[in-house]
Design a protein around this ligand. Structure first.
Ligand code: ATP
Ligand code: PH2
Length: 207
């Protein structure tokens, strides 16, 4: 999605949550510095283009849906750990790092593409984790893109993975481990899941 098409949705999200665009922009600049020019978007695209892709969210239903996974596996944040615990190494992990553990470092060492998202509320996490991830790396922002910091559209880790699969030409996108009506989450998370649903509908996924 072009930034001009994404921007109205982004502005609405900033307003809804009271997030600051300037803070997101500062985070994107920090991530650009920390990444030091690493940019494996081409590798991510090669994993996705013309292939069936499964995006795994971290709803409590994920373990029961593992049998539906096929093709390239994109994990949303802590869903990666659930997959690893069931013997599945994701091809890429989309993360703002709030679910990061040393499992992410192991995955990075094994060649999983880490798609790390900068926003105004994760600067300390970026500083902590980015230097510890040695493998393939893609930097993303929800604000205007910078050189080597991409904006493929989307907001939460899960819907951003679906936007990336869509943008990078997946042959088919299967979505598992998403429960956007989950009541066992705090109000902030409920708002994020609401927006995930709105954004996914925009690109033809009505969950
Ligand atoms: N019921 C659910 N609970 C949690 N995550 C869900 C759910 N349904 C779908 N997801 C997707 O799974 C992603 C990863 O979930 P995780 O629990 O790791 O959330 P998170 O790190 O708090 O995510 P985010 O920071 O994007 O809100 C979420 O970003 C969301 O897109
Ligand atoms: N500023 C800001 N941006 C975000 C945040 C957040 O908590 N703060 N959380 C996200 C996904 O959970 C995505 N983007």
């Amino acid at each position: 999605m072009r930034f001009a098409d994404w921007e109205p949705h982004y502005t609405a999200i900033l307003e809804y949550f009271g997030f600051e665009r300037e803070a997101d922009e500062a985070a994107a600049r920090l991530l650009a510095d920390l990444a030091g020019g690493r940019d494996d978007l081409g590798l991510l695209e090669a994993l996705i283009r013309d292939r069936p892709v499964t995006v795994c969210g971290n709803a409590p239903s994920l373990p029961d849906e593992l049998g539906r996974i096929e093709g390239t596996v994109l994990a949303a944040d802590a869903a990666a750990e659930v997959l690893v615990n069931h013997g599945i190494r994701p091809d890429a992990v989309f993360t703002d790092l709030d679910g990061a553990t040393d499992v992410f470092v192991d995955l990075s060492e094994q060649g999983t593409v880490m798609v790390v998202h900068a926003h105004g509320d994760n600067l300390p996490l970026l500083r902590h984790w980015v230097p510890r991830l040695p493998g393939p790396f893609v930097a993303t922002t929800q604000a205007a893109p910078l050189p080597h910091v991409h904006n493929l559209g989307g907001f939460t880790d899960g819907d951003r993975a679906v936007f990336a699969a869509d943008d990078l030409g997946a042959a088919e996108i299967r979505i598992v481990g998403f429960d956007l009506a989950d009541k066992n989450v705090d109000p902030l998370k409920r708002g994020k899941l609401f927006w995930a649903g709105e954004l996914l509908r925009l690109i033809g996924h009505d969950l």
